[in-house]
Design a protein around this ligand. Structure first.
Ligand code: HEC
Length: 494
């Protein structure tokens, strides 16, 4: 106490002087250690302290031919990028890891997130000018996918090469490819990884299961579009055109897994697997980022599968959608700002069933379908009806998404965050496997809450991402101009 009292004014004075001299606050924070991130005593050595971190936590993406726009494999490159590295690490933009610290611990997050010490080391080095005192290490190659005893490796690949292309004025291609795992018996998927051929442009991949009953529809979609696969944005385009009710749509729990570069496969906890019955197909949805070029791609997916005889507990996907009712922003005008007009447009684009979904979602979530109230915040509660073990969580929105949160028993003493993504970025989608599965009892509530901002259609247009600017009342839908608020839980049910 005495010490503080004596030193306090001096520190304030020193800060004032430093500020007057124009020393940036960030530099002061670095020298003070700033919160949890304790600053190392001296400027870290590049080769001893920084290179191993870059190798482990950056070079998986920042390598020649990798997804990131530049490589950080050599000492020279690391030095050249020191200043942007300081900013990106300070702002926690890099390495990309969307879940907040309120989220539970996820499998393999330690291969991605920087610890407080690691963060401080990189920051201290980069802010001191990124001095090089020796060589960088060799870039790591990805560890092979682990195949456990009794499992086999199933490889499915795109039927032919595909040259990504984007609608005029945009830089992203979302393409769905229909893959045949040629299964003559039922299996369960325990982990998956995508091996892109065009590593520079494959930004994320989601694998969906197509049950035998939908294979004909999928073939039709595939045949109708020139080249391999078809254009798909929010999902596969399969369930929406299927004439299903909202309930059917929810039960159409067809996720197998999601994957993004720089992150090894997500393995489900032991004893669990996503069923893939004989005769099913897989839709591989690939997001190509064409800012990095237009290289031809023929990616493949590696799946570890166990035979039915392994007796794995089937993992199913619960969909937790919430209605999306986004009015035009203040000052925005246009015929489509009228909800009825926007709904009519939706039905012209995707068929009449798509136009029933907004009303169905309002009813599902206890809202009035005849008098919908627009709001930037969407929310829906689901009551758990059977003992449910939550193994993995994901959130999904489109380009106007700002944040998404999934909670168990919100507003009660037993409240738990299942996943919180405070800064939604459509580019960094993934499913997150919980380190410790979370058990929900009958009567428990799972809540999904999304925030959207229609002004993002103007503000983020500079990123090259196609966010249509036409003012429009936004409803739930598959397209780039539509939105979603969807929580996904991979669960086993008692
Ligand atoms: C999962 C892949 C991935 C990992 C891991 C990763 N990056 Fe990146 N990084 C990217 C991509 C992709 C971009 C391009 C911008 C974007 O799409 O977000 C980028 C952009 C950057 C930028 C430029 C930011 C800007 O101003 O546009 C810096 C600096 C950077 N990364 C540093 C790092 C550092 C340092 C690490 C490790 C501590 C790291 N990155 C880990 C994928 C990754």
């Amino acid at each position: 106490m005495t010490r503080n009292m004596r030193n306090g004014p001096r520190i304030v004075l020193a800060l004032a002087v430093l500020l007057a001299l124009g020393v940036p606050l960030a530099a002061i924070a670095a020298s003070q250690g700033g919160g949890a991130a304790a600053a190392p005593a001296a400027t870290p050595s590049f080769t001893r302290d920084v290179a191993p971190l870059i190798q482990q936590k950056c070079a998986g993406c920042h390598r020649t031919g990798g997804i990131a726009p530049f490589s950080l494999e050599s000492a020279r490159q690391a030095h050249a990028w020191a200043a942007p590295i300081a900013v990106a690490v300070q702002e926690r933009l890099m390495p990309p890891w969307p879940p907040s610290r309120r989220s539970p611990a996820f499998v393999s997050e330690e291969t991605r997130i920087l610890t407080a010490d690691e963060r401080a080391t990189i920051l201290a080095w980069a802010r001191a000018g990124g001095r090089i005192d020796g060589p960088a290490l060799d870039a790591v190659s990805q560890a092979p996918l682990e195949v456990r005893e009794g499992e086999t490796l199933l490889t499915v690949r795109m039927p032919t090469t595909y040259r990504p292309s984007a609608p005029k004025g945009t830089t992203d291609d979302y393409r769905c490819f229909l893959l045949d795992p040629k299964l003559s018996s039922d299996v369960s998927v325990t982990s998956s990884r995508i091996e892109p051929r065009a590593t520079k442009v494959v930004h994320h991949v989601i694998l969906f299961r197509v049950p035998a009953s939908e294979v004909a529809d999928a073939n039709r979609l595939d045949a109708a579009a020139p080249g391999p696969g078809w254009t798909c944005f929010g999902g596969t385009g399969l369930s929406a055109g299927d004439g299903g009710s909202v309930q059917e749509f929810l039960n159409n729990a067809n996720w197998i897994s999601a994957w993004a570069p720089g992150w090894g496969g997500n393995r489900l906890p032991d004893g669990n697997g996503v069923p893939l019955p004989a005769g099913s197909r897989i839709v591989m949805q690939v997001h190509y980022n064409l800012l990095n070029g237009r290289a031809r791609d023929r990616s493949r997916a590696l799946l570890t599968v166990a035979p039915a005889a392994a007796g794995l507990t089937p993992v199913q996907t619960m969909l937790l959608p919430a209605p999306v009712e986004l009015a035009c922003a203040k000052g925005e005008k246009g015929p489509l700002c009228n909800r009825a007009e926007a709904l009519a447009a939706l039905s012209r684009k995707y068929g009449s069933t798509a136009a029933f979904v907004p009303a169905g979602l309002l009813l599902l979530c206890g809202r009035s379908a005849s008098n919908p109230v627009p709001s930037p915040i969407s929310r829906c509660d689901r009551r758990i009806d059977r003992p449910t073990t939550i193994l993995a969580v994901a959130g999904h929105m489109h380009l106007l998404g700002v944040s998404i949160r999934l909670e168990l028993n919100p507003d009660t003493p037993r409240a738990r965050v299942l996943l919180e993504i405070p800064r939604w970025d459509f580019h960094w989608q993934n499913a997150y496997t919980l380190k410790q599965p979370i058990v929900a009892e009958p009567g428990d509530i799972v809540r999904v809450t999304c925030r959207h901002d229609v002004r993002k259609r103007v503000h983020t247009a500079h990123t090259g991402q196609a966010i249509p600017r036409t003012p429009r009342y936004i409803l739930w839908g598959e397209g780039t101009t539509d939105e979603m608020c969807l929580g996904l839980l991979q669960v086993t049910r008692g």
